[in-house]
Design a protein around this ligand. Structure first.
Ligand code: NAD
Length: 429
């Protein structure tokens, strides 16, 4: 029988561009092959340890009952307690949470902190919910997954659409169940209740540190460097601010509401003030408005995708002009785009290195909470800098050794560390 006359999408490519877990796995497979990972360990590391799906019923302000879906995935805990953020977003899926939990595993291993990886999410649109409704969702979600949470087992942190306020509710709910205060159950808390100085800025600061290292490697510096930033939230806005302070010119920024462009440089301080007052960039008139897509392809030396996954694809990658891409977001580049960027000679600082500043200072927060002794901001920033500069160097050395792109090099460093721990521990079977 002949094949039906329909054009099928190339399954492999389709998955790599659309499914974040498959995209992550494609890179993992590449690293595993170069590491010569044995078959058994390969199978173990390809599968998440635990996947939880919960229904979260709440009473809305209108008096109506609404049921949300929540996920928590613990990918791997061989190196220590699981660590990973919680996001509230309509686009949350189990596949996405699995991918994010795996990335957390590799990220913690890459910067060599004693954590495994996890992630969580609730399918909801916080912009349509009152503060009271958000609190109810947070507390009910926390109590639904309470068995797996804890400073020694699984430690959440903020992610897209969650913040210090949400972490404080999680800490309180967990502590009420345990009948004593447990600050180390979450990181990214308000400083007054055991949060770390420098945590809010840590991911953006990390982006600044690794971009500075990458610029130096290419014989450049922030002075005279033009930068475009997609996403002006926690990561993107701090990265833009610190890089502008270091002498760079921020030529484009965007958020969900708009995209702004000024080839002579945007006033980042003014934009920060604007967003603080209005919670979005939209309405700002002292810059040209461009399309969201154009932010990725404007004339610049550094591009910082700091919004969401899968934004740099096979379609737009050929048009990117930046010499360096610093992945503030998790998984912003599809596997197909990776190949195009590599052929173009773009220097990619992969997500698990570029945005690892956040989890590094989360680790500092967890250490401070458990020790009950808190560090000043300079100490936090100095220790963060040391870890990221060392990790950047390790990735560069691995890229050189295996003649591979930075992303695969960072996976090799990370997967080797996780695999090494499994070998030492052996299998309980
Ligand atoms: P956030 O919610 O504070 O900010 C997200 C920003 O992206 C907002 O400005 C939003 O309007 C914008 N955005 C969303 N979709 C967009 C689009 N299509 N085009 C342009 N802008 C868009 O979130 P965040 O904490 O800054 O996280 C951003 C990314 O960084 C996520 O991928 C997250 O997983 C990752 N990350 C965050 C941290 C952290 O410490 N916050 C740490 C590591 C990685």
């Amino acid at each position: 029988m002949s094949e039906p006359a329909i054009i099928r999408p190339d399954k492999q490519t389709f998955l790599a561009e659309e499914n974040p877990f498959e995209a992550m796995m494609e890179r993992f497979d590449h690293a595993a092959k170069l590491l010569n990972l044995d078959r058994g360990l390969y199978k173990v590391l390809r599968n998440p340890e635990k996947q939880i799906i919960v229904s979260i019923p709440i009473l809305r302000d209108s008096g109506e009952v609404e049921v949300f879906t929540g996920y928590r995935v613990l990918y791997n805990t061989s190196r220590g307690p699981a660590k990973g953020g919680i996001r509230f977003d309509l686009n949350v899926t189990l596949e996405e949470v699995k991918a994010l939990a795996a990335w957390m595993t590799w990220k913690c291993a890459l910067v060599n902190i004693p954590f495994g990886g996890s992630k969580g999410g609730v399918v909801c649109d916080p912009s349509t919910m009152s503060m009271g409704e958000l609190e109810k969702v947070t507390r009910r979600y926390t109590s639904s997954i309470i068995e797996i949470l804890g400073p020694d087992s699984d430690v959440p942190a903020p992610d897209v659409n969650t913040n210090e306020r949400v972490m404080a509710w999680i800490m309180d709910t967990y502590s009420m169940h345990k009948r004593h205060t447990v600050t180390a159950v979450v990181t990214g808390k308000p400083v007054e209740m055991g949060g770390s100085l420098g945590r809010r800025e840590a991911t953006g600061r990390g982006c600044m540190i690794v971009t500075r290292e990458a610029l130096a490697k290419l014989g450049m510096s922030f002075k005279g460097t033009r930068i475009a930033v997609q996403g002006f939230g926690n990561v993107g806005s701090v990265a833009a601010d610190l890089m502008a302070q270091a002498g760079a010119t921020i030529v484009a920024v965007s958020d969900k509401s708009t995209a702004l462009y000024n080839p002579k440089g945007l006033d980042v301080q003014e934009l920060l003030k604007w967003v603080k007052e209005r919670r979005q960039l939209g309405g700002y008139t002292k810059a040209e408005t461009i399309s969201h897509e154009q932010v990725l392809t404007v004339d610049c030396e550094v591009l910082i995708p700091a919004a969401t996954e899968n934004v740099i694809t096979r379609k737009n990658a050929p048009h990117i002009k930046a010499k360096i891409i610093c992945e503030g977001a998790n998984g912003p580049t599809s596997a197909a785009a990776d190949k195009i960027l590599e052929d173009k000679g773009v220097f990619v600082i992969p997500d698990i290195l570029a945005n690892a500043g956040g989890v590094t200072v989360s680790y500092f927060e967890w250490v401070q909470d458990r020790g009950g002794y808190f560090w000043d901001e300079d100490t936090v920033n100095r220790r963060l800098e040391a870890i990221l500069v060392r990790s950047f160097g390790e990735v560069m050395a691995m890229a050189e050794k295996h003649k591979v792109a930075n992303r695969i090099a960072s996976y090799i460093v990370a997967v080797d560390r996780v695999a090494g721990m499994h070998r030492l521990r052996g299998m309980y079977a």
